[in-house]
Design a binder for this molecule. Structure first.
Ligand SMILES: Cc1cc2nc3c(=O)[nH]c(=O)nc-3n(C[C@H](O)[C@H](O)[C@H](O)COP(=O)(O)OP(=O)(O)OC[C@H]3O[C@@H](n4cnc5c(N)ncnc54)[C@H](O)[C@@H]3O)c2cc1C
Length: 310
C-alpha cells in the first residue's frame, strides 16, 4: 500500500490537521508520502519530513500553487496520485475543495469524512448529521478520502527523517484566479485544534454582548471561541466561528455552550467533546441531553459569576 497525504499549510507552517491525517494513513498501513503544494513552501516540506511515520515528502513549489487554488492543486493531486493506492486529505474547507475534484479527474468515487479505518478499503463515516454511522467499502483502484481530524489522535510532528523530493510537474488549469483574502487575526487558539472551546448562541443577544460576556471566560480559560449558526446568521460573530453540521467540527477536552439550544445540526459539530457544559435559562433545552454539566440561569449573570470564581 502507498498512501499520498495532501498537506494543509499556509506556505510557512504545516497545519496540525495534517498530523491527524497521517495517523489515519498509519491505520491503513503502508508507505506514507506527504505532498506539499505551495509557493516558497520549503519550510513546510521540512516540517513534513520531521513528522513521525512519513517516508517521503514531495514538494511542488510553484506560483500556480501559491494560494491553494483548488483547480490547480486538484490537477496536481490527480497527476501525482495516480501511482498511489490511497489519497487522503483533511476534512477541512481546503480538503473538501480539492479532493472531490481530484477524484473526479481520476474517475473514481470518493469517501468523505472518515472517522475510523476498518481495513484498507473499509471505513466508517457519519451520515445524517452524525446520527448514524455508515460502514462503507471502496471498490476503486485508488481510494480517495477526506479524514475527520478529531477522530484520529495526531502523530508526533517530530521523530521522522523523510527525504524531500521536488515535483517539477506544474498544473495550472488557468480557470481561476486569486483575488484577495480576509483573514480574521486572533490571539486565541484555532477553533478546531483548541483544548477548550467557549461557544455562544442566539441567547447571548448581540455581538456586543457576545464579547462582553464570553471574552472574559475565554480569556480565563485560554479557550477558542465558537458560535451557533443562529449567532453567526444574526451577525454576532464571523461565520468561521460556526460550529456544527455546516460549520466546523470540534472535539475539545471541554466545550462550554452558552445560550445555545442544542439543535441537532449544532450537536453534529461538538457532541464528541470530552466534557460538555451547557449554560441555558431553559432547563428543558435539548443541549442538556448531551451535556455532562448544565447550569440553568441567565447567562448574563451566570457567566460573570463563573469568571469571578475561576
Ligand atoms: C441544513 C442546516 C444546517 C445547519 N447547520 C448548523 C450548524 O452548522 N451549526 C449550528 O449551530 N446550527 C446549524 N443549523 C441551525 C440549527 O438548526 C439551529 O437553528 C441553531 O443551531 C440554533 O442556534 P441557537 O441554539 O444559538 O439558537 P436557539 O435555538 O434560538 O437557542 C437559543 C438558546 O438560548 C437560550 N437563552 C436565551 N436567552 C438566554 C439567557 N439570557 N441566558 C441563558 N440562556 C438563554 C434559550 O433558552 C435557547 O435554548 C442548521 C440548520 C439547517 C437546516
Amino acid at each position: 500500500m502507498s498512501i499520498l497525504v495532501i498537506a494543509e499549510h499556509d506556505n510557512k507552517t504545516l497545519n496540525g490537521a495534517t498530523l491527524n491525517v497521517v495517523a489515519a494513513a498509519q491505520k491503513i498501513g503502508g508507505d506514507i508520502t506527504v505532498l506539499v503544494a505551495g509557493s516558497g513552501a520549503q519550510a513546510v516540506a521540512d516540517q513534513a519530513a520531521q513528522v513521525a511515520g512519513v517516508s517521503k515528502v514531495l514538494l511542488a513549489d510553484n506560483a500556480a500553487y501559491a494560494n491553494q487554488l483548488a483547480e490547480n492543486v486538484a490537477a496536481l493531486v490527480a497527476q501525482v496520485g495516480k501511482g498511489y493506492s490511497h489519497i487522503l486529505a483533511t476534512s477541512t474547507t481546503t480538503g473538501k475543495n480539492v479532493l472531490p475534484r481530484a477524484a473526479a479527474l481520476l474517475d473514481v468515487s470518493m469517501i468523505s469524512d472518515i472517522i475510523a479505518v476498518e481495513s484498507a478499503k473499509t471505513f466508517k463515516r457519519p451520515i445524517y448529521a452524525g446520527n448514524a454511522i455508515a460502514t462503507v467499502e471502496s471498490s476503486e483502484s485508488i481510494v480517495v478520502a477526506t479524514v475527520r481530524g478529531t477522530a484520529f489522535d495526531p502523530v508526533a510532528n517530530t521523530g521522522g527523517s523523510a527525504a524531500v523530493e521536488a515535483v517539477a510537474d506544474v498544473q495550472d488549469a488557468g480557470i481561476s484566479q486569486f483575488i484577495s483574502e480576509e483573514i480574521v487575526k486572533s490571539e486565541r487558539p484555532e477553533l478546531t485544534a483548541a483544548r477548550i472551546v467557549v461557544s455562544g448562541g442566539r441567547g447571548v443577544g448581540s455581538g456586543e454582548n457576545y464579547h462582553t460576556v464570553l471574552d472574559p471566560l475565554a480569556d480565563k480559560l485560554g479557550a477558542a471561541q465558537g458560535a451557533s449558526r443562529a449567532a453567526v446568521d444574526a451577525g454576532f460573530v464571523p461565520n468561521d466561528m460556526q460550529v456544527g453540521q455546516t460549520g466546523k467540527i470540534v472535539a475539545p477536552d471541554l466545550y462550554i455552550a452558552v445560550g445555545i439550544s442544542g439543535a441537532i445540526q449544532h450537536l453534529a459539530g461538538m457532541k464528541d467533546s470530552k466534557v460538555i457544559v451547557a449554560i441555558n435559562k431553559d432547563e428543558e433545552a435539548p443541549i442538556n441531553a448531551v451535556a455532562d454539566y448544565w447550569l440553568v440561569g441567565d447567562l448574563n449573570t451566570v457567566v460573570p459569576s463563573l469568571v469571578a470564581q475561576l
